[in-house]
Design a binder for this molecule. Structure first.
Ligand code: ACO
Length: 339
């Protein structure tokens, strides 16, 4: 892309959503055959019933390509019109090249700048902020933000404390530049990071701290390791704090929110946060029961299914909030104005 700042004031408008999930369904009963657990334990602690796993020969980019093609179709856009492709992911195909470059090539977005965002499950919110900034500065016209995860590939399937939580998916949104007098778009973002909790959610090996070439390591070191209780406390705190700070900064009352879509990690975390925020359950859409935690794909996957369920309609004021590895968190308020 070539971006030249110009005088026209633009707003980022979210015009299309799309998602792809793998065919293979892994139920809690299947999990109980792999590790010492039960449907009752998993469902009561997390709200998850089943999740999807990619095939052995698939990686995050394979799901992202299929999701990206669907988003382009809904946006009625040629791939060559995409200026920037942002792929938030915690399970990229490789450390480099960026998964975004591989996806851009395969969907035909040959004009696009392409890069990944490594912000754990907050990646989609960070990606929306980046896309909005590129559009509203006048540097880009069309930005595809496409969360892509093959978390089953970096999860120790013998560790019952993590393997029951995560699933695979790709999902995202197309943002386009619109005249500022026509759309509200993204009203604001609250984003944060606290690396002091970095070790609470970490894949220890494979980077420059513990290089793969110095292995072989026990497989678990190349997988997600999590201090579940600390992450739980962190998540419940930041979800409430981030949304509260953002609504205050926007001088909005929580009653003005039509729909909340939160990162789909744990039903108990979401229930706790919405009760503290004063958002009634009927304004909250969840689908983690069927997909588990799909990290940076979870928010757009839930937005898409919220729309299919009639809970996300044009004009709706929507609050999105995420949290995850880093530790990171983020929220945004957006009016959904697809056309
Ligand atoms: N089945 C049965 N028992 C289990 C399982 C399991 N799958 N997993 C753990 N247990 C056992 C533990 O061994 C422990 O047994 P013990 O008391 O004999 O030692 C007991 O259950 C309680 O373990 P806790 O870890 O205290 O269980 P808790 O109630 O905290 O629930 C959970 C664990 C569900 C992981 C919870 O801590 C949680 O959801 N944390 C947040 C996780 C999260 O959201 N992570 C994603 C962040 S986003 C991202 O960026 C990836």
């Amino acid at each position: 892309m070539i971006g030249v700042r110009n005088g026209a004031r633009k707003r980022a408008r979210l015009v299309a959503l799309g998602a792809e999930v793998p065919e293979r369904i892994v139920t809690n009963e299947d999990m109980a055959k792999m590790v010492d657990t039960s449907d009752e334990w998993i469902y009561s602690r997390t709200g998850i019933k089943e999740r999807r796993f990619v095939a052995e020969d698939e990686a995050a980019s394979d799901l992202a390509v299929r999701a990206g093609i669907k988003i382009l179709a809904e946006a009625e856009m040629d791939p060559l019109e995409v200026d920037v492709l942002i792929v938030p992911t915690a399970s990229p195909d490789h450390i480099f090249p960026a998964t975004a470059t591989l996806v851009a090539n395969r969907i035909g977005a040959h004009r696009a700048a392409a890069f990944d965002i490594l912000a754990g499950c907050t990646g989609f919110i960070y990606g929306l902020a980046q896309g909005t900034a590129l559009i509203e500065s006048g540097l880009a016209g069309n930005v595809l933000v496409l969360g892509a995860e093959a978390l089953s590939k970096i999860t120790d399937q013998t560790d019952r404390s993590t393997c029951i939580l995560f699933g695979d998916a790709a999902a995202g949104a197309m943002l386009v530049a619109a005249p500022e007098d026509e759309v509200t778009g993204f009203l604001g973002f609250e984003l944060g990071a606290d690396g002091s909790g970095g070790q609470d959610l970490v894949v220890p090996a494979g980077g420059s701290r513990m290089p793969a070439k110095d292995g072989p390591y026990e497989a678990a070191l190349s997988c997600i390791q999590m201090n579940g209780r600390e992450v739980f406390k962190f998540a419940t705190r930041v979800m409430v704090e981030s949304c509260t700070k953002l609504l205050e900064a926007l001088e909005m009352h929580v009653d003005e929110i039509d729909l909340l879509v939160a990162h789909q990690a744990n039903q108990r975390i979401i229930d706790h946060a919405i009760s503290r925020l004063g958002i009634p359950p009927e304004k909250v859409f969840n689908n983690l029961e069927r997909y588990g935690n799909t990290s940076s794909a979870s928010i757009p996957l839930a937005m898409l299914e919220a729309r299919e369920a009639g809970m996300l309609s044009p004009g709706d004021m929507t609050l999105l909030v995420g949290f995850g590895a880093g530790l990171t968190w983020g929220s945004t308020v957006m009016r959904y104005e697809p056309t």
